[in-house]
Design a protein around this ligand. Sequence first.
Ligand code: FMN
Length: 214
Amino acid sequence: MHAIAINGSPRKNHNTATILKHALDGAASAGATTETVHLYDLNYKGCTSCFACKRKDTKNPGRCAMKDDLTPVLEKIMNSDVLLLGSPIYLADVTGEMRSFIERLIFPIISYDDYNKPVFSGKISSAFFFTMNVPQEIFQYYREFLESHPKTLERTLHGSSEYLPVFDTYQFNDYSKYAAAMFNETHKAKVKAEQFPKDCAAAFEIGKRLAQKE
Ligand SMILES: Cc1cc2nc3c(=O)[nH]c(=O)nc-3n(C[C@H](O)[C@H](O)[C@H](O)COP(=O)(O)O)c2cc1C
């Protein structure tokens, strides 16, 4: 039983990484071995439309043919049981690095013969953790699009997939140094002290539950 966390934030010790750490701790509490990959440490690109993965004579069905730092990570994921993805929301979507990573993971296992029959024959349970600055009331504008990510994971990786939105995150270490009058530091500090620990606990439970299911 192996659980792998993919951090799509450039920051290794902030909101997204913290949430992922709790999710991995939950998986570990259920007996999983765990590891974290920070996407911003890697040199890679998104899909380049080479279509090697769609060739009839491909020797590696379901695998991306591009060779770069992401190649061993994608291979590890295919041999894992639980996939935990975390991304800050950048301009109402996941970060560019996370998006490129998803292209490389998912496009090779989408079949152009039959969209409903992905090439991957294994089963990986997954969860997506989205951290964002906006409060919960604004999430309605993001919901439909962000929910498409776990749906895609579920359809292509065959395991269950769920998501946890984490709202109103604390962005800066010191709000007084930034021109950010739209945000009330006192409110942000309160959310960080009261709600964020609950989000971390929820992430722990998700990691634990997914690892127990496998
Ligand atoms: C380039 C950029 C774009 C952002 N766009 C949004 C956005 O559209 N909506 C939102 O709620 N937060 C947005 N944020 C805030 C981050 O999503 C939020 O602070 C997140 O929790 C940061 O995660 P981290 O602490 O792991 O880096 C943006 C931040 C940056 C740097």
